[in-house]
Design a protein around this ligand. Structure first.
Ligand SMILES: Cc1cc2nc3c(=O)[nH]c(=O)nc-3n(C[C@H](O)[C@H](O)[C@H](O)COP(=O)(O)O)c2cc1C
Length: 205
């Protein structure tokens, strides 16, 4: 598959067949995720694969609990919106696998030299650790697409970040960043419309 075809055909998949994922494929996909650029080539990431459905159910249960605890705004649509978000944050429980990404704070070159904390530098530079992780995840999504897998990137489960970290033995200085659900797509939805960025490029020549 051409890279441009993988880029254009990737779409978020939220319903999967029961087909188990091939662990060798997953290892290969995660390995390709590691070729992404990262700040100072620090590679601040670690991938965790979960195929245990009891664990996935338990994680989803915690996410539901956390979202339910958030007080609602006074609006007639509020309960409905919250249940939509709950579904989009928990459908991962029915995926053949979840790939979780944990990150570790990078030690910046500058913090060895100037009187700014790691957090201050990280904020000024717009969180290069998270930017790096985003590049890695996009590699992962594209590699999975090329291998015929469907994926969906999920930040919704992070409502129960602390609890899930405990379940996955993620301890400081590592922290859980996000989930990707992966499996064979049950059906491929119509591709989402994307902006034609070429039409809106600002060029300072
Ligand atoms: C950082 C990030 C977080 C996301 N979190 C969720 C999520 O929690 N649940 C979900 O169903 N989709 C999630 N998505 C998928 C987006 O909804 C999806 O990418 C978007 O609607 C565009 O559709 P496409 O991926 O098919 O192009 C997330 C995507 C990104 C990049």
């Amino acid at each position: 598959m051409e890279l441009s075809d993988a880029i254009k055909s990737r779409t978020s998949i939220r319903s999967f067949t029961d087909e188990k994922i091939n662990l060798e494929d997953i290892k290969n996909i995660i390995n390709l995720a590691g070729y992404a650029p990262s700040v100072n080539n620090y590679q601040p990431w670690k991938y965790i694969v979960i195929t245990n459905h009891e664990l996935m159910q338990n994680m989803a249960g915690l996410v539901i609990k956390k979202i339910t605890q958030i007080p609602l705004k006074k609006s007639i649509a509020a309960e409905n919106l919250r249940s939509q978000v709950t579904w989009y944050s928990t459908f991962f429980k029915d995926a053949p696998a979840i790939i979780a990404l944990a990150i570790i704070p990078d030690e910046t070159v500058l913090e060895k030299a100037v009187q700014l904390s790691h957090e201050e530098i990280n904020k000024i530079r717009n969180y290069p650790d998270i930017q790096s992780a985003g590049a890695s995840i996009q590699n992962l999504l594209l590699a999975a697409t090329e291998k015929g897998y469907g994926t969906c990137w999920l930040s919704g489960p992070m409502f129960a970040k602390t609890e899930i970290e405990t379940m996955l033995n993620i301890t400081a200085p590592w922290s859980l960043l996000t989930f990707v659900a992966i499996g064979k797509a049950k059906n491929i939805p119509k591709l989402k419309e994307k902006l034609n960025l070429a039409d809106s490029i600002e060029i300072f020549d």
